[in-house]
Design a protein around this ligand. Structure first.
Ligand code: FRU
Length: 487
């Protein structure tokens, strides 16, 4: 086909055949729409540069992270036709080192000819025949996802670029549940225990309430046949649903993540593969800000990484949404989830500015930052007799709202968002890592509290202001780096 006739095909014919379209045609049409929107989105000075994001348009949950044949692959929910929510596709990026990423072609689109309206969140794995497989929630045309959903699979080529929907679809259907009705049944996540392969999916057992993570066991190596093993875990009553469950072993404990419309929750405890039940001992909040629907990956060294969807951007910018930085997970001695930025991210740092042992009083030290609005700031405080500290990042221009991080009375606040953070009484130390990526802010405090926010971008002449309250404190170490792009 000539270039002109290809364009005519893409822009005139394909939109007309959308209702009964194959997934391949839908991908071509979606790609054209995404490409057309890209120059404007990329030119927007608020678009983040060191967080994974779609080149343009709406995106939400990270999907199917997997390390495969030397690459980290990440997929994400994408609506390629606008910067608002709409029928979901799967966008795709990959990286050799978690530092530099490359956008890849759209991986999945709805097969409207088979009645699909959207390809929702899910996971990626390799089946017992060595075939890469995506599992996702297929939502049907003309039906509400609240009442009806199916779990579908697609088989990937050797590079995970081209995907073909499985002839066995739906690989899991509501019939598996017998007389049990599950509402908002969605977001398959696969894990292995010994020789067994399990899948968890979220939902709720009552029309309103009884949020539950359901568990299934594969009965063939192709992972096209499954049995329902019941409810892995029923959420506390204050959580209306269990979106995007992730269930995995970390050290010798089991961890469950759920997205219950509000802040993402974690639970840590034991899993009995015989009964398929999970008993949590501890739990908490993954992130107190705008971070949702995280998905995890086991790196080749066995460590577990997580990405979440950062949401809450203003509309009408030609893009909306990005993923959090990759966070490395661990568990503290007292059963709390620890999260720190993946160590590889230090490769994005440019030349630092730094200070040591600054004595802080109430009147505030002012430190110039590198001339950019993509920054990492590291700050280590020793409280001495102070009972609070405040760190402010201020633009040179007056309009941009300053970023104010305040620690006072066992509470961390980042602008208008608060999180409990008790400091160990004996050492009274606070370590902050703050990432500012144009309109995105991620704060890690003592590896136990994370807080993500959408901000208005700083200008290139920001300064750091530090002060202590109730007595002196020492800033043992302050460092700031300009951050490079991941693309
Ligand atoms: C979470 C979620 C998932 C669903 C997807 C649709 O943000 O609602 O439960 O699969 O988004 O895009």
């Amino acid at each position: 086909m000539s270039r002109i006739s290809r364009l005519i095909f893409l822009f005139i014919l394909l939109p007309l055949c959308a209702p009964g379209e194959t997934a391949d045609n839908a991908i071509a049409r979606a790609t054209a729409a995404l490409e057309a929107a890209t120059p404007r989105a990329q030119a927007d000075p608020a678009h983040p540069i060191f967080h994974v994001a779609s080149p343009a348009q709406w995106m939400n949950d990270p999907n199917g992270p997997i390390f495969y044949k030397g690459y980290y692959h990440l997929f994400y929910q994408l609506h390629p036709f606008s910067d608002g929510d709409g029928p979901k596709h799967w966008g795709h990026v990959r990286s050799r080192d978690l530092v530099k990423w490359k956008p890849l072609p759209i991986a999945l689109a709805p097969s409207t000819e088979a009645g699909e309206a959207g390809v929702w969140s899910g996971c990626c794995t390799v089946n017992g025949r060595g075939e890469p497989m995506i599992f996702y929630t297929s939502v049907s045309q003309g039906k509400s996802a609240f009442d009806h959903a199916e779990q579908w699979a697609a088989i990937g080529d050797g590079d995970l670029i081209h995907w073909t929907k499985s002839p066995a679809n739906p690989v899991l259907s509501e019939a598996l549940h017998g007389s049990t009705k599950i509402y908002d049944w969605r977001d398959p996540f696969i894990f292995h225990d010994g020789k067994k392969t399990f899948l968890v999916a979220g939902g709720h057992l009552a029309k309103q309430g009884q949020a539950a993570v359901n568990i299934y066991e594969a009965t063939n190596a192709e992972l096209t046949k499954w049995t329902y093993r019941g409810v892995l875990f029923q959420l506390p009553d204050n959580m209306p649903t269990a979106e995007c469950p992730n269930f995995f072993k970390l050290g010798n404990q089991w961890v469950l993540f759920v997205s219950p419309y509000g802040h993402v929750q974690y639970f840590i405890g034991d899993f009995d593969p015989a009964t398929c039940r999970f008993r949590p001992r501890t739990g908490g909040t993954l992130d107190y800000g705008s971070f949702y629907a995280p998905n995890t990956l086991q790196a080749p060294d066995g460590r577990r990484l997580v990405w979440g969807w950062i949401n809450g951007f203003p509309g009408g910018q030609g893009w909306n949404g990005c993923l959090s930085l990759p966070r490395l997970l661990d568990i503290s001695r007292d059963g709390q989830l620890l999260q720190k930025p993946a160590p590889q991210l230090t490769q994005l740092r440019g030349k630092p500015v730094q200070w040591k042992n600054l004595r802080l009083e109430n009147d505030g030290a002012i430190l110039p930052l590198p001339n950019t609005n993509t920054l990492e700031i590291l700050a280590e405080f020793d409280f001495e007799t102070a009972n609070g500290i405040e760190l402010t990042v201020k633009s040179g221009a007056r309009e941009a709202r300053p970023i104010v991080v305040n620690y006072h009375g066992s509470e961390l606040s980042v602008m208008d968002v608060k999180a409990p953070l008790p400091l160990a009484a004996k050492d009274g130390k606070l370590n902050l890592r703050i990432f500012i990526d144009r309109s995105v802010l991620e704060v890690f405090a003592n590896e136990t509290v994370c807080l993500t926010k959408v901000i208005s971008p700083l200008d290139d002449h920001a300064v750091l202001e530090l002060r202590a309250f109730g007595g002196p404190a020492t800033a043992k170490r302050i460092q700031a780096w300009p951050m490079k792009t991941i693309w």
